[in-house]
Each structure stands twice: as structure tokens, then as C-alpha cells.
Design a protein around this ligand. Structure first.
Ligand SMILES: *Cc1c(COP(=O)(O)O)cnc(C)c1O
Length: 384
């Protein structure tokens, strides 16, 4: 049985939407981009949606709009995809890591509160000698489950910090009934082919801040402010524009978002039913305040006595693609070199990083495929 690690959930209507665009001469900055953005305002109630050509680009624009610059400190999580920290490094800001909740893998608000009170105490060993002020908190909605945003916002308010919610894994998730991405000052979604919806490459920022939205629209378009001609550039900007083909695919996918998320929920439920009874395997924990999980990946954890890397090798050899999730950001080589982190600095992140394994997952997986993965996993664990 061929089982891919992930697959986009595309219909003929999604494909036709792209073909419609390429039969016109307008391949960028047109109607489809506007339509795509509107679907995010409709879903989330945000005042502004700004599409970009990746989630990483979206994060970067939020960092610029929040006025985070060289030496500024931002509290964030080491248990994430690297882009959440990289967006800070692009501006020479300093990510100040705090550890995570061992159940969800989301940043721990208690540790954020301590860090915000005593920021000098937890600065990285090096690279922070001439640091500036603490400016922001950048939580990540890990694996499609929102971080504890009420607690995070309360800390932000107390210390006058901006909150950038990296919702790149959590489109459509809800926290206490509220949409992920709307919970901080800025929210970002991403659409690489393994995400819930895809545009090939792409991202969207949502915010209700008019001034920031205008600024980010200018920055994504080579710094052209409203009123600038094609060759006038008020700001230092980028080409972070999404193209019309991607936007059309995205708008078509967004019209089916609920169905797409429901199919992923079903696949996760199949996994849960089969894996929760296997001794040695821990299935994902869902917080009570997560009113809807938006399944991005399905990550299990092995008990400490099972060697995750050995198990990954065995599953791969039997045709089951798997991936360790996440390798901690503070231990990535360039981060170690810059900030001097070492093993032991964030024990919960490291523990989950060593025990977590993403299984094949998508909304188009069949029950037979899930059965097959679970049977092989059960078999390998019984031999371990
Ligand atoms: C996918 C993802 C991003 C953005 O990814 P792009 O590939 O740039 O679209 C950012 N943060 C997290 C946590 C992600 O999972």
C-alpha cells in the first residue's frame, strides 16, 4: 500500500479555478487575490487580510509592522517550525525562548509571565550583549491547537507587548469559540501543500489594525505606499505578493474549509481509536479550551523506553513515511552558534523533540491506510 506523508486535498473545482486564471492575462495583483483575502475576513471577522507568498513572509511583515528591530527581545517557543524564530532573526531581533506545556507542546504562559518579569535572567548566553527592550510575544498554535491566548494576552497587556500569533498550523481552529489567528494583534496562516488548505506556496496575515495593515500591504509590494507609482517606493519593501493562480486555488479551497477540516478530524479520530490502546504510544492531548482542533499533523509520542529513531527507521523500511516533530529550534546549528544554547536548556521541548513522531496524515487518507499504518506500528512495538 502506498501511503504518502501528506497530500493536498484538491478537487476538480480547485484545479479549474487555476485554469480559469491562466486563460486571462492577469496573473498577479488582481481579483482572485482580493477574493482570497475576503474569505479570511469572512471566516475570522478580522478587519484586514493581507495575502503573501509564504507563511514565513507573513511572519516577517508582522515583525516589521510591530516595530521589532535590531536587538529587541521577543518571547517565543523553541518547539516550533524554525520560521517562527527566523522571522525575528531577519530583523536582528533576539528570540528569548521559554519552555512548553508537556501535554500540548504549546508555549507555557506561566513561564512567559516569569520571563517578562525577569527578562535579564533568561537571555541567551551570547548574542544579547547589547539588547534592546522586550517588545512582543510570539506564540505558535502547535499542530493545529491554539496556545493559551487569554493567559498570553493578559501578560502582554501588563507589560505593553505586541502579540503575534503564529497560526500557520491552525487555520480554522477555535479557542473558547474564537478563531485562531484573531487572538493576538496579528495572526498568520500558511498554505504549503502539507497544510490544511494549500496554494502551492502562500500565506495570509490577519489584523484589525488599519495602520499596520496599510504598512504591510506596502511592504509586500516593494514598499509602494498608497499613491506611489510603480517606480516610487516610500519604504524598504519586498516582493512578498501571492500570484493569481495561487490565490484562485486558495479561494476555491477556502469555500470547502469546513469539509476539509472535518475530513482531517475523521482521520485523526481513526488514529485515536486504534492507537490509544497501544501500550507505549501516547496520542495527542486536546485542551478543554480548544473548541475546535484544526488537525495539521498527527504526532504521537513514544514512551521513554522505546527508541523513537529506531522505530522511525523500522516504519520507513516497511513503507510508512514518518517524521520526527519538532527538532528543537534552540539546538539548530546556526542558533547554537549565534546564541550559545545547549542541550538541557529547554528540557520539555527536548523531551518531546526526542519522543514525538508524525505519522502519515491528510484529509484524503482512507480508513484502510490508517489501519495499515496502525497495524505495522503495533507489530513493531510488540517486537521492540
Ligand atoms: C508552516 C509554518 C510556517 C510557515 O511556513 P511557510 O512554508 O513559509 O509557508 C510558519 N510557522 C509554522 C509554525 C509553520 O508550521
Amino acid at each position: 500500500m502506498n501511503i504518502p506523508m501528506s497530500s493536498p486535498d484538491l478537487t476538480d473545482a480547485d484545479r479549474q479555478a487555476v485554469i480559469n486564471v491562466i486563460n486571462t492575462p492577469n496573473l498577479s495583483m488582481g481579483k482572485y487575490t482580493t477574493d482570497f483575502e475576503k474569505t479570511f475576513c469572512d471566516l475570522t471577522g478580522a478587519k484586514h487580510a493581507i495575502s503573501v507568498n509564504s507563511g514565513t513572509a507573513g511572519l516577517h511583515l508582522c515583525v516589521r509592522a510591530a516595530g521589532i528591530g535590531a536587538g529587541d527581545l521577543v518571547i517565543t517557543t523553541p518547539f516550533s517550525f524554525v520560521a517562527s524564530s527566523n522571522a525575528l532573526l531577519f530583523e536582528n531581533a533576539i528570540p528569548v525562548f521559554v519552555d512548553i506545556d508537556p501535554r500540548t507542546g504549546n508555549i507555557d504562559p506561566k513561564l512567559i509571565a516569569e520571563a517578562a518579569k525577569n527578562i535579564e535572567k533568561i537571555l541567551p548566553r551570547k548574542g544579547a550583549e547589547n539588547h534592546g527592550k522586550l517588545k512582543a510575544i510570539l506564540p505558535v498554535d502547535v499542530f493545529g491547537q491554539p496556545a493559551d491566548m487569554d493567559a498570553i494576552n493578559a501578560i502582554a497587556k501588563e507589560h505593553g507587548l505586541t502579540v503575534i500569533e503564529d497560526s500557520c498550523e491552525a487555520l480554522g481552529a477555535t479557542y473558547k469559540g474564537k478563531q485562531a489567528g484573531t487572538l493576538g494583534d496579528f495572526g498568520i496562516f500558511a498554505f504549503y501543500p502539507n497544510k490544511q488548505i494549500t496554494t502551492g506556496e502562500g500565506g495570509v496575515i490577519i489584523t484589525s489594525d488599519d495602520k499596520a495593515a496599510n504598512y504591510m500591504r506596502a511592504l509586500r509590494n516593494q514598499g509602494r505606499a498608497p499613491g506611489d507609482t510603480w517606480l516610487q517606493h516610500t519604504h524598504l519593501g519586498y516582493n512578498y505578493r501571492i500570484d493569481e493562480m495561487s490565490a484562485a486555488m486558495g479561494a476555491s479551497q477556502m469555500s470547502r474549509l469546513d469539509e476539509i477540516l472535518s475530513k482531517r478530524e475523521q482521520v485523526a479520530a481513526w488514529y485515536e481509536a486504534r492507537l490509544s490502546e497501544i501500550v507505549g504510544v501516547e496520542t495527542p492531548f486536546i485542551e478543554s479550551f480548544t473548541t475546535r482542533m484544526s488537525w495539521f499533523v498527527y504526532v504521537i509520542r513514544f514512551d521513554k523506553n522505546i527508541n523513537r529513531d529506531e522505530m522511525a527507521k523500522k516504519l520507513t523500511a516497511r513503507g510508512i513515511p514518518v517524521r520526527p516533530y519538532f527538532l528543537p529550534i534552540h539546538l539548530q546549528p546556526y542558533i547554537v552558534e549565534k546564541f550559545g544554547y545547549k542541550e538541557g536548556d529547554y528540557p520539555v521541548t527536548e523531551d518531546l523533540g526526542q519522543r514525538g513522531l508524525a505519522l502519515p496524515f491528510s484529509g484524503v487518507m482512507t480508513e484502510e491506510q490508517v489501519n495499515y499504518v496502525c497495524e505495522i506500528l503495533r507489530d513493531e512495538i510488540s517486537k521492540a
